[in-house]
Design a binder for this molecule. Sequence first.
Ligand code: SF4
Length: 243
Amino acid sequence: MLKAVGIVGYKSSGKTTLARTLARELAGRSHEVAVIKHSSHPLDLPGKDTAVLGEAAGQVGFISPQETAVFWKKPLSLENILPYLEADFVIVEGLKQGKTFPKIVCLREGPDDAGRDPPEDLFDGLAICAVGPADQIGGLDVPFFERDEVGPIADLVEEKGFKLPNLDCGGCGHETCYGLAREIVAGSGSLEDCVSLQPATEVKVDGQPLPLNPFISGIVRSTILGMLSPLKGFKRGKIEIRI
Ligand code: SF4
């Protein structure tokens, strides 16, 4: 299953450097790694081929013997892009508003842009660790690493990385994926709670499978799990009910 981790922080906090060293470390551990960088600025440079061709067409592809690139002249969501990647690990740099994956917070010297010390708005309940100058960690309740401790950071990311679908279907009992993401990071939730990530629920009548669309499948699954999970002896796994 695809794993993801975000790297967030203010300008000049070392996000790109950490994304690069972490990508190298994970690739060295035999992961297929992709990095997605979020930018608030336009991607192409005036006068370059991407801009010239992009004025005429909304999608521009580049193919060379060494590389391939596609530019869409519109914003796409992270979930739109992921299917194009051949990766089992995705590092998302700079998407502070992302709420469906855990994050590493990069701290920098001095107070944040709003003068707060440490920067509270970067800690939205999804931080699995902070990286940066030790004097910035203050009273924050997350593991802390120096910038060059990429090995232990990669260990943590391998253990805690995940990506929820961002469907906000409510099947896990939370109104949005953010609720479950926070629980997973806090250790009180699990990816198994996300009905959209689980194999389809199968219902048979007289031995014949009943067609269930993904929405109904999710409702059947979460209803039955909700009824059974408080019972003594319950554990997750294949469940059989015969009526
Ligand atoms: S069940 Fe999965 S997709 Fe639906 S809201 Fe919960 S985490 Fe999101």
